[in-house]
Design a protein around this ligand. Structure first.
Ligand code: DUC
Ligand code: ZN
Ligand code: ZN
Length: 496
């Protein structure tokens, strides 16, 4: 009998901290051996000249999320996860969004129905809380956190989703008490509404005014406020999709004051600018929030990736077709900027863009790349050590990269169901040629090979990174690392 189901041989493996020339032995979907000259497996994969990296964890993407009247996301769990796999991502975490008046449990159940037996890669859910009723705060949220939905997003913007400070404080207190991680979309809704009204009244309705309606001060103010609320409650938060200098300054200030504030950024803040919105109605293709800024801000975001300010790098894939009455042209019309659905696609291009422009240029190291795109998101959302790394006992979620493969990004080569990519025509070097999810090929040599339904739902653990500063007053007011607990978790995950 073969000792291994598969051996990935002769590659250069990189994790968040190490780089080594070694083979990987896989059995029952898990990594069971790392070494040189491993015995033959039933399947042999030669990775000579290739990089062997943990599959990406895209911890911020929107798939088949119910939208307002007449709008529809272009990607469901099938097309979205197909696109993810073809870009080297093996785990996605989209959002089960509560509609006001709906119970949180109903939102989660509805989202499970939408995921159905469709996904090609593994997936977990964040929740979006828009209606924090007493029942949600006292019963539903604690119960759902205990069941493995251990993160939720809070909006400080969008009229139909935004929460006020009191509601946010109450939610942060629940996160603290039950060990969940709150993600905050930090833009001041009232400032945006006031500016949008003035712009529209002056006849400034083109997509480019979307950026003018959401200047950096709007993001800076909300980021500052979110940090203050997190400090008050003593619970870490993640500021999602940080766009540039002013929000980064707030986060740096928080770090300098000992606050555990995590930060996420996305490809659109490295590769797009507000000028991409200034192309007539075509600019609607790049309408997202916060909006892309300018070249100087791009450089500051790059610095934040290299100097550790950012914890994770996600796509914020929010797919709407351009030429579609349910997409960027609601009702078939070119509408004023406040009515353009927000979001751009990016699941498949997230990793190649960062690899090409980050690792190959020396802005970040290969190990930082792995940390930002796989290991850190897995840790932040309670999925490690199962996901986000290559280690004994972890799932064999592996992306084999040809670091020299030159690709021109063109929408017809991508695998999402969106009719455009904002990165059309960009040249990148480096692309994953094979993606394995739990040891099975889902993308290989230009072909999608997994059956629909290969992806499994992942309940998330309570993330260690979400722990408050002050946990045990009896221990002098400091958190006491629970080592036996961590070891127990590892042993359990190796047994499962
Ligand atoms: N902004 C969000 O907050 N979510 C989806 C897309 C976007 O642009
Ligand atoms: Zn958001
Ligand atoms: Zn988003």
């Amino acid at each position: 009998m073969d000792h291994f189901d598969t051996v990935v041989r002769n590659g250069l493996i990189a994790t968040a901290c190490d780089t080594m020339a070694a083979d990987i032995g896989i059995r029952d979907g898990r990594v069971v051996a790392l070494g040189q000259g491993l015995a033959r497996g039933r399947h042999e994969m030669d990775a000579s000249g290739k990089l062997v990296l943990p599959g990406g964890v895209d911890a911020h993407c929107h798939l088949d999320q119910p939208m307002g009247e007449g709008l529809k996301m272009a990607d469901d769990f099938l097309s979205g996860t197909r696109s993810a796999a073809c870009g080297g991502t093996t785990t996605v975490i989209p959002f089960a969004a509560q509609i006001k008046g709906q119970s949180l449990r109903a939102a989660v159940e509805d989202y499970h129905r939408r995921a159905g037996e469709k996904a090609l890669v593994d997936y977990a859910f964040h929740m979006i809380v828009t209606d924090p009723t007493e029942a949600v705060l006292k019963e539903e949220l604690p119960a759902l956190i205990a069941e493995g939905y251990t993160s939720f997003k809070i909006y400080m913007t969008y009229e139909d989703m935004k929460l006020d400070d009191r509601q946010i404080l109450r939610l942060l207190a629940v996160a603290r008490q039950h060990g969940a991680l709150a993600m905050v979309h930090a833009e001041n809704a009232d400032c945006i509404a006031w500016l949008s009204e003035a712009l529209e009244a002056a006849g400034h309705t083109a997509p480019k005014y979307h950026a003018e309606s959401r200047p950096m001060v709007v993001e800076r103010e909300a980021t500052h406020r979110a940090i203050a609320l997190s400090e008050l409650v003593d619970v870490p938060i993640l500021i999602v999709h940080v766009s540039g200098r002013e929000a980064i300054d707030q986060i740096r200030w928080a770090h300098a004051h000992g606050l555990r504030i995590y930060a996420e950024t996305c490809p659109q803040y490295l590769f797009l600018t507000a000028s991409n919105l200034d192309e007539g109605y075509e600019g609607a293709k790049c309408v997202c929030s916060p909006p892309p800024r300018d070249k100087a801000n791009q450089r500051i975001v790059w610095d934040g990736l290299s100097n550790g300010l950012f914890t994770i790098f996600s796509s914020d894939h929010a797919p709407f077709r351009f030429d579609d009455p349910q997409g960027k042209k609601p009702g078939g019309k070119e509408v004023a900027f406040p009515y353009i659905p927000n979001g751009i696609p990016g699941l498949e291009t997230r990793l190649p863009l960062l690899f090409s422009e980050g690792v190959r240029t020396g802005r970040i190291t290969l190990n930082q790349f792995v940390a930002l795109t796989a290991t850190n998101p897995a840790k932040l959302y309670g999925l490690n050590p199962r996901k986000g790394t290559i280690a004994i006992g972890s799932d064999a979620d592996i992306a084999i990269w040809d670091p020299h493969k030159e690709v021109i990004i063109e929408n017809h080569r991508l695998h999402h169901d969106v009719d455009y990519t904002p990165y059309e025509g960009m040249r990148v070097t480096g692309w994953p040629v094979t993606t394995l999810v739990r040891g099975e090929r889902v993308w290989d040599d230009g072909q999608v090979c997994a059956p629909r339904g290969h992806g499994r739902f992942l309940p998330c653990g309570k993330p260690d990174m979400a722990r408050p500063k002050v946990v045990d007053p009896a221990a002098g007011g400091h958190y006491v690392a629970n080592l036996p607990d961590a070891l127990g978790k590892l042993a359990q995950s190796n047994r499962a």
